[in-house]
Ligand binder design. Structure first.
Ligand code: ATP
Length: 312
């Protein structure tokens, strides 16, 4: 007698990228309590992969995670992927029944928006699995509800973000840029970094201004695909605040600069440090020096730009 194997449950797999802020300019705090931003995002090839598998009706949402640092990721309803599945189900009037698996390739709590990438990938995956067929613009609207970095994880490549970073305009970028990242196990709270930024602004140590005109040289370097011009144009208004809270990051920056990085900065609200390298070999050499000098808990080498959330 031939035994028939049970048919596998339908599943879809979606990949979405982490990001770096090539420029992050922070305006004075507005009436709603938020700082208006002008930021230039670049998606990088450190990616999250979300698999959404059909489950029995009424089974609800379940979540599993693997990958480096996956022990630091919540497995309950606070996970952004879980929230994305819930939101999409509510929006299209379906029961949120799905098994989600996250294969994490973006450093956790490093300011590189790995959780946001999971949320973007989950929206695309559940939309396909449940046959919802929402237009991309609708997925972007839901993404912005989940978090200000989620829309960019949907879009990918290079884009200018305004508002809270969620209003996006795609930007032209030629060629490939090589990056090395130094991450730390102990995170840096984004609200604490903004708090210190406000304190520094109150003393006059810095002047909040979110003027896109300040990024002209950076946009030119991207259009030309010129890493030598991009390096000195990298900018992060939050760097001073992050360094104030974590002075040891100065050494990580210095090692990258001494190693010939074309540019080095704290990434977003930190504590990740990003270095722009001349080549893949050069990125590996900077990462190796960070490791040898004990200036990072983990190192990562990758390229940008990378595509936004897409079905595999
Ligand atoms: P942000 O700057 O948006 O706070 P981040 O980019 O620094 O985030 P993430 O890896 O996205 O870092 O996650 C930050 C925190 O969010 C984690 O410490 C974790 O507690 C929580 N979190 C919620 N959902 C996820 C997820 N899917 N993956 C990783 N962390 C998540």
């Amino acid at each position: 007698m031939t035994r028939l194997a049970a048919a596998p449950s339908p599943s879809v797999r979606v990949r979405a990228p982490g990001k770096i802020n090539l420029s992050l300019r922070v305006g004075p705090v507005a009436d709603d309590g938020y700082h208006p931003l002008v930021t230039v995002f670049q998606a990088v090839a450190l990616v999250e992969e979300v698999t959404a598998t059909q489950v029995a009706e009424g089974a609800g949402i379940s979540l599993t995670v693997d990958g480096p640092q996956s022990g630091r990721v919540p497995l309950d309803a606070s996970n952004l992927a879980w929230r994305a599945a819930e939101l999409l189900a509510r929006e299209v009037g379906l029961a949120p029944d799905v098994a989600l698996h996250l294969a994490k390739g973006v450093p956790v709590a490093g300011g590189m928006a790995g959780g946001s990438a999971d949320a973007a990938a989950t929206l695309v995956a559940c939309d396909a699995l449940w046959g919802a067929g929402l237009p991309r613009a609708e997925l972007h609207r839901l993404a912005a509800i989940l978090g200000s970095d989620v829309p960019f994880a949907l879009l990918g490549h290079t884009a200018v973000g305004t508002g809270r970073g969620h209003l996006l305009t795609p930007a032209m970028s030629r060629g490939e840029f090589h990056w090395a990242f130094a991450t730390r196990d102990e995170g840096l709270s984004t609200p604490a970094v903004y708090g210190r930024y406000d304190e520094l602004a109150a003393t006059g140590a810095l002047v909040p201004s979110a003027d896109p005109a300040q990024d002209t040289a950076l946009m030119q370097a991207l259009r030309a695909g010129d890493p030598t011009a991009l390096g000195p144009a990298l900018h992060n208004d939050l760097e001073a605040a992050a360094l104030d809270l974590r002075p040891e990051l100065e050494r990580t920056l210095e090692i990258a600069r001494n190693g010939g990085a074309l540019g080095a900065m704290v990434s977003g609200s930190g504590p990740t440090v990003a270095a722009l390298a001349r080549s893949r070999q050069h990125a590996l050499a900077i990462a190796a020096t960070w490791t040898a000098e004990g200036a990072a808990d983990a190192v990562w080498c990758t390229t940008g730009p990378a595509a936004g959330a897409r079905l595999l």
